[in-house]
Design a protein around this ligand. Structure first.
Ligand SMILES: [Mn+2]
Length: 304
């Protein structure tokens, strides 16, 4: 693992350095990879950009009425090591094996180990989601994204960022479920698949009603591709798609997630250099703050 280069100006956020995952806590882990990104690269710089600006935003969330300094320490495991062969999938696999090695002996459910992973391109989510699918036989995978990511490989890469949900489905058991929202780009086949399997929620209200009705003990994992948001608000991402959601839509969702059993999450596809204003990374850091707070503890069962 690489050591963290940033200081610890704020003792709680972005997180106290840790060498191994901490039980009963939120564990941040970075995945600095953009090897299969097909349009504009730069997502490998996402995790450290979020950490850097996170030190300068408020620790208090007026939306959840919670402060990071009140919920106990957050730990930061640093960044997963990737290979340097120049062959995207081989380099990507090095990180997958590193994460597996870090968590092989961990019982995520029993020890209440929660990961909040920062990307990196979306293909890295596969490492974390695979682990969670094994740990929770009734996991519900919530997928917020502009893209369906259901292709069976893309541009020669089976584990492309355009295929990540498809690859996760390879590991689905009978109790697992997928729910998608924000998807507005994909192939005719991808949209036909989502319609056939009823995974896509077409509006914010419909999606929120679905989340609200979930049993309080149903484990949820959120994979959030930041191009879920409209590029007017968050332009710093490799594959922007007009017609997305805004921050307040996300807040509506995260308030519901706080009432449920959110056990893990990832935030991917921030490519900071694409937005020279720096607004995108600050936006992403606020999203991460809300998710740390939503991941903390067990669901409250009611919207605060
Ligand atoms: Mn996407």
């Amino acid at each position: 693992m690489e050591t963290l280069l940033h200081g610890t100006k704020n003792p709680y956020y972005p997180g106290l350095p840790a060498a191994s995952p901490q039980s009963g806590r939120v564990n941040i882990i970075g995945a600095c990879f953009d090897g299969t990104a097909c349009f504009r690269k730069g997502a490998r710089l996402g995790p450290d950009a979020i950490r850097r600006v996170a030190e300068d935003i408020e620790t208090y969330s007026p939306y959840l009425d919670l402060d990071l300094t009140e919920v106990g320490p957050v730990y930061d495991l640093g960044n997963l090591p990737f290979g340097a062969s120049g062959t995207a999938e081989a380099d990507w696999l090095v990180a997958g094996e590193a994460f597996a090695g870090l968590t092989d002996s961990l019982d995520l459910a029993g020890q209440s180990v929660k990961f909040l992973a920062l990307g990196g391109e979306h293909s890295v989510s596969y490492f974390f989601i695979r682990k969670y699918l094994l740990a929770y036989p009734d996991l519900l995978l919530l997928h917020l994204d502009a893209h369906a990511d259901l292709r069976d490989g893309y541009e020669g890469y089976q584990y492309s960022h355009a295929s990540v949900i498809r690859r996760c489905l390879d590991h689905f058991g009978p109790g697992h479920q997928l729910a998608q929202f924000g998807i507005r780009s994909g192939t005719r086949d991808e949209f036909a698949w989502m319609k056939e399997h009823k995974t896509l929620y077409s509006g914010l209200d419909e999606f929120c009603r679905f989340v609200e009705a979930l049993p309080i003990d149903r484990p949820l994992y959120l994979t959030l591709d930041l191009d879920f948001f409209d590029p007017a608000f968050l332009p710093g991402t490799g594959t922007p798609e007009a017609g997305g959601e805004d921050f307040l839509s996300f807040i509506k969702i995260v308030k519901l997630l706080k009432t449920k059993k959110l056990v893990g999450a990832d935030v991917v596809e921030l490519a900071p250099a694409i937005d020279p204003t720096g607004n995108s990374e600050v936006f992403a850091a606020k999203v991460v703050r809300e998710l740390i707070l939503a991941l903390h503890g067990e669901g409250t069962g009611h919207v605060g």
